[in-house]
Ligand binder design. Structure first.
Ligand SMILES: [Zn+2]
Ligand SMILES: [Zn+2]
Length: 338
């Protein structure tokens, strides 16, 4: 078994350093993937910093890995050596619970995150249960595909889960790594799309990503102008907002769906939900079938995230770029181990 080389942090808020490790024999249901590209997601930063108090060190972050299969366990089905696959937030799940058996493996109580208690994709190799190694369609731009595997499925999942129709009106709050992909997906889905941003300088770009109109997420008066117009609002930011004002942009039966990890509680008045029969919900990434569906949709509609590339050896610069809010709009690390 050869050594794996990865970029690891040995404690909260420390810089990543080159780290060698040996994960032992490949499990019978596992594949090993030679990483070509790995997206850098805000959750990597949260795990590096132990923001969610679940980190285990040393941590090798990276959960938007794209590469070719180089090792295959004896019970792996449907995959072969040399095949190009992607691994997202989860690298495994129990495969026998109700959630796993109904394709909602991301909701499995034993779902195993790729970067918690498991070495992630900022490495020359990464492992996953074969179910979570999702084949990439040939038509997809491989160098830009990484961010679809976590960020992409996170904003695509509500469109699938809630049966959004092309006649629906969809809002996306926060035009960053997640949000810009949300605009692209909702537009390709056929919906009328509203972007909410706190940064007026992003207006033209938001329209370029597929928004039909752009509203300030900080100006309650601006939101008031589009009251009662949206069926679904996908919230991608991780900072508190004027939740009552956002809820008022929904039509009766509308839904505000949260995918950004806002750590502060969200104060919501019961009557704001009751009067228009509105819902507030959330979801974590998506299951393998949903990811495969999203990749097929992205390939067919030529949807790729807008990315900036850094060599993986410059991962600390890339993390700083992300932390300072300068990423436009998503970062991909190109594996450059020699
Ligand atoms: Zn399960
Ligand atoms: Zn992520």
């Amino acid at each position: 078994m050869t050594e794996t080389r990865g970029w690891a942090t040995h404690g909260p808020k420390q810089k990543l350093e080159l780290f060698s490790y040996n994960d032992g024999p490949l499990g019978p249901e596992e594949v090993e993937i030679a990483v070509e590209y790995c997206g850098l997601c805000h959750s990597d930063l949260s795990i590096i910093n132990n923001d969610w108090a679940i980190s285990q060190y040393p941590t090798v972050p990276g959960h938007e890995a794209v590469g070719k299969i180089v090792g295959i366990g004896e019970q792996v089905k449907g995959l072969k050596i040399g095949q190009r696959v992607g691994v997202g937030w989860n690298a495994g799940s129990c495969m026998h619970c109700h959630q796993c058996m109904t394709g909602n493996n991301n909701l499995c109580a034993e779902a195993a995150p790729t970067i918690v208690g498991h070495h992630g994709g900022f490495a020359d190799k990464v492992r996953a249960h074969w179910v979570w190694a999702i084949p990439l369609p040939d038509a997809l731009d491989i160098a830009g595909a990484g961010p679809l595997l976590c960020g992409g499925i996170t904003v695509f999942s509500p469109l699938l889960t809630f049966g959004v129709k092309p006649t629906d009106h969809v809002g996306v709050v926060g035009i960053g790594g997640l949000g810009h992909m949300g605009l692209k997906f909702a537009n390709a889905w056929g919906c009328e799309v509203t972007a909410f941003t706190s940064n007026p300088a992003k207006t033209d770009e938001a329209k370029g990503f597929g928004a039909h109109r752009v509203v300030s997420s900080r100006d309650s008066g601006d939101m008031q102008k589009i009251a009662n117009s949206l069926d679904l609002l996908i919230v991608t930011v991780n900072t508190p907002l004027d939740w009552p004002a956002l809820l008022k942009t929904l039509k009766p039966n509308g839904r505000m769906h949260v995918v950004g990890a806002v750590l502060e509680p969200m104060p919501i008045a019961a009557f704001d939900l009751i009067s228009g029969q509105k819902s507030v919900s959330g979801s974590p990434t998506g299951g393998p079938t949903a990811i495969a569906t999203m990749l097929e949709f992205a390939a067919r509609h030529h949807i790729v995230p807008q990315v900036e590339h850094f060599p993986m050896s410059k991962v600390n610069d890339a993390l700083e770029h992300l932390a300072s809010g300068k990423a436009r709009y998503r970062i991909v690390l190109d594996a450059d181990f020699v």
